[in-house]
Design a protein around this ligand. Structure first.
Ligand code: SF4
Length: 79
């Protein structure tokens, strides 16, 4: 039995694992403007979504990915 079922419309159409888990976000929104996106920088810059399990490079997040249903636009955290 799967831990969760992908939202049917998200299957094989998006690389964002959160869209599989939670469904699609607002039309046209990307992770780049979501409060859950975190940036890290050492020799290179990378991003993580705070809703994904932490891990190595395989859990790096692309800022241009389409937003998931947990999307909250920066500046609108209080509703
Ligand atoms: S929209 Fe926000 S919560 Fe959803 S995957 Fe992107 S950064 Fe994570």
């Amino acid at each position: 039995m799967a831990l969760f079922e992908a939202a049917p419309e998200a299957r094989r159409t998006t690389p964002n694992p959160c869209v599989y888990a939670f469904g699609r976000g607002p039309e046209g929104a990307t992770c780049s403007t979501c409060v859950s996106l975190r940036m890290f920088q050492r020799k290179r810059r990378w991003y993580k979504c705070s809703l994904r399990a932490p891990g190595g490079p395989s859990t790096d997040h692309r800022i241009g990915w389409e937003a998931c249903a947990k999307y909250i636009e920066k500046g609108h955290e209080d509703g």
